[in-house]
Design a protein. Structure first.
Length: 381
């Protein structure tokens, strides 16, 4: 047994500091406090008036994350700050020797995400993971298992309509950073959809090419995209359509996947599976009925009740540190999610398809232009 394994087994808990004390950060702090083999050791926010939130939870309080990292009170941090702070805080934590669990998105732009990945590549003994809790949802676990077992044969098409994110204008007005390029770095693709964009990669792998049309402030008085429609082209000929909006009510959340052996539809709690008795490509070659179609059978597959998803990721993060198990969502997958979101935005801004791997520098330049233009408009108003 090597020293690293002995060290892991000797430790009984991971001391975790939560950086960010907004609604999400405080919820995570309480989850950490309930997690076996974890201890909420610190809370960090810039506002000194929030110190009582740490006192109520029996942990240390810091107003500067660098002081927390130097304090020796934590083995790991969970970063739940506004988007732009994820990269600098994550880099500081990795350089300080701590394990890191990042809220989504890991970065606003691909270059920032890649800088995190480069830093982690030099520190592989440290765990760096992403809070992609939807990967632990039994519905998606079941769906992925069926796809991996070839239940649909050769995949042909995917359509995800994800428009149940409705937000009134008061949502965007509730904080100055919301709905702005400088404060948020994007809209529905950056704030609401990272989990689903991650699931696209987890289920289907990365596309080769993306063509997207985004509505920038189409349904709200904001700078960033509040709706997007993207067409994705995958290796092997599969295509995908991804539609999302924060301005549609009542909205829809429906994932449909078609292959040569049938179709799967996930909507709500139900996973409906239609199975072709004859593969569609075979029937296409051999069928003699001019308007014929393969016969089908229908089934609704239930999944186990969902455990608390965020808690599952935090437990896994602790196990990755203490036991060496693989993270639910390693940093590299967070990088790929940012790349896909950036590709959709850049395609729309350029009004043409974008190939992957994405030119990170090109997107970074365009984002900086958007920030400068928004500042200029505000200065004139």
């Amino acid at each position: 047994m090597n020293a690293t394994v002995r060290s892991r087994r000797a430790r009984r808990e991971v001391r975790i500091g939560v950086i960010g004390a907004g609604l999400i950060g405080l919820a995570h702090a309480d989850r950490v406090a309930r997690t076996p083999r974890a201890r909420l050791a610190a809370l960090c926010a810039r506002d000194p008036a929030k110190a009582d939130l740490a006192s109520a939870r029996g942990c240390a309080y810091f107003t500067d994350h660098r002081d927390l990292l130097r304090s020796g009170t934590c083995d790991a941090v969970l970063v739940a700050t506004p988007h732009y702070a994820h990269v600098p805080i994550g880099l500081d934590a990795l350089r300080a020797g701590l394990h890191v669990l990042l809220e989504k998105p890991v970065a606003v732009d691909l270059a920032g995400a890649q800088s995190l990945a480069a830093a982690h590549a030099r520190r592989r003994r440290q765990v760096c993971a992403v809070m992609f809790q939807m990967r632990t949802d039994p519905r998606f676990l079941r769906l992925r298992s069926l796809l991996q077992r070839g239940r649909l044969g050769t995949l042909q098409r995917m359509t995800w309509i994800l428009t149940d994110w409705f937000r009134p204008s008061s949502y965007y007005a509730s904080a100055k950073w919301r709905g702005t390029w400088e404060g948020e770095g994007g809209g529905v693709l950056v704030n609401q959809c990272p989990h689903q964009l991650d699931l696209l990669g987890w289920l289907f792998g990365p596309p080769d090419r993306v063509r997207a049309v985004c509505g920038f402030g189409r349904r709200h008085d904001i700078e960033v995209e509040d709706e997007a429609t993207a067409v994705l082209e995958y290796p092997g000929g599969m295509t995908g359509t991804f539609i999302t909006s924060t301005g549609e009510a009542p909205g829809t959340n429906r994932l449909e996947i078609a292959g040569t052996l049938g179709r799967m539809v996930l909507e709500g709690a139900a996973l409906a599976v239609t199975t072709n008795e004859t593969p569609s490509d075979e029937y296409c070659r051999r069928g003699t009925d001019l308007f014929g179609c393969p016969k089908t059978t229908e089934a609704v597959i239930s999944a186990a009740p969902a455990a608390p998803l965020h808690e599952t990721v935090i437990r896994n993060f602790v196990a990755a540190i203490l036991d060496g198990v693989p993270p639910v969502a390693p940093l590299e997958d967070g990088v790929r999610q940012v790349e896909l979101a950036n590709a959709m935005l850049l395609s729309s801004l350029r009004d043409r398809p974008v190939s992957l791997p994405l030119d990170a520098a090109a997107f970074g330049r365009r984002l900086r232009e958007l920030v400068r233009a928004a500042r200029a408009r505000k200065a004139r108003s």
